[in-house]
Design a binder for this molecule. Sequence first.
Ligand code: AMP
Ligand code: ZN
Length: 120
Amino acid sequence: MSASEQMSSDCLFCKIIAGEIPADIVAETEHTVAFRDINPQAPTHVLVIPRLHEPDIGSLAAADPVAAAALLTDIRAVAKAEGTEDNFRLVFNTGADAQQTVFHCHAHVLAGRQFGWPPG
Ligand code: AMP
Ligand code: ZN
């Protein structure tokens, strides 16, 4: 395991991956872990995260394009398992202005209600 694959000791989502903090996990693959958001904003609200600790989707794509591609594949599988493969919103909040609060890359998969545009 390379240094970049080791968990960040003070990262909440690394601790969920390591099983140190409980979560409602819905799927796990070689590259990702998916679990239900603790504060859901829609009837379906699943977070899909890379096992690799990178702060956001841009840095993940730069550090490991295979892991970034696998994230998209696994997002699709999660949406399919939730019965909403063709009808969901995908959000990657990136940076404080976009309201990112956990700095381990994560995709919000939101579905089960009508969404507005533009987003707030
Ligand atoms: P963001 O604001 O894009 O960084 O999203 C972080 C998300 O993580 C928020 O939607 C939180 O509700 C969610 N969250 C924080 N802690 C937990 C946890 N322990 N288990 C599941 N989701 C969490
Ligand atoms: Zn992390």
